[in-house]
Design a protein around this ligand. Sequence first.
Ligand code: BGC
Length: 405
Amino acid sequence: MRQARVWFAALIAAALMAAAVACVNNTTQNSGGGSTAGGYQRKPPKKPGEPVHIGFSMDTLKEERWTRDKDLVEARAKEVGATVDTLVANSDDAVQTNQCNALLTKGVDVLIVAPHNGEIAGSIVEAAHSKGVPVISYDRLIRNSSPDLYVSHQVEKMGEMQGKYALDHVPKGNYVLIGGAPTDNNAMLLRKGQMNILQPARDRGDIQVVTDQFAKDWRPDEALRYTADAITKTNGNIQAVVASNDGTAGGAISALEAAGLGGKVLVTGQDAELAACQRIAAGTQTMTVYKPIKPLADSAVDSALKLAYGQPLDAPDKINNGTTDVPSILQVPVAVDKANLDDTVIKDGYHKCEEVYKDIPSHQCPKTAENKPSTTGGQRSAFASALALVGFLFVGVAVAFGKRR
Ligand code: BGC
């Protein structure tokens, strides 16, 4: 009897030890195959060949670039055999949170989130992680949480590009600074980059910052108002507007034009929107920062697949989001002005030459198939069809004639 009790106790001890070992192991790999890397229990990885379902939560489609992001993310997913559900929150945090919850309920394997509010979106990461779903923070950094990956461009560097361009061309004078949405981490990084360059010039007294504002939700009408106020305040004595994106640049330029200052004040931007490229061609906007979207969209989808299949990510960068160093993939931006518009945005096919220079007919666009307006293409194919028809008739007549002889 005593021996049986000893054996029983030994068995219990062994079971407890096994459970403890399993618990420890579980911090890296669970029995179902879902790892806990990143501090949460991941869904078990998909088996090779099993399709991946991605949820793409977007803040807005207001700026032209976001439509491109949506199209390119969906196209890449199709290319690699994944499905995507895209939902757009129209700058409403509650809507974005609900949409993400809906995507999680639907059972997406990975969530890609371009947050409206980087702080609030931390709760989206928490909700996803509680269901074992990894989150990729897209273009804008999600804070207050540990997203699995951040894909974006080098945003602080973009701010430096804007500041440097302005200072190189306007080394002295009155500056207006128009930042983006205070809820968007990118707006903060851009301002940081701009000030890395501008602050020393300000300290030297070379430049004076007459207005320093952030436009709610990146709204062009806010940028217009801030610029108009600055014009009134300085009696039109403004030499540079450092606008953080093309939308706000457009608002600032409307105010400058209304005051007869269009084309006389340096204006920066970001996104290489078609309207901005047209303004650069026309001389009312001075520069923009071109951020190719395809590599960004591809990196998001390709990484989503890696996360879903439990493969390691290829994320060479790290960005601290206040909570942790988030593994990051950051694409390289390009400063664009009148001098390199053709060699960058147009050469890449980001915009058609004819569209960029539509108000400047004197500009010679290269006669490539890519740049020919679609009507020309249509005419060309109509001509080819007519030629084929004539050829066909000719052969028919020749055959009939041959038979008669
Ligand atoms: C993006 C910009 C965009 C802006 C407004 C930023 O987070 O990086 O490309 O213009 O949001 O949507």
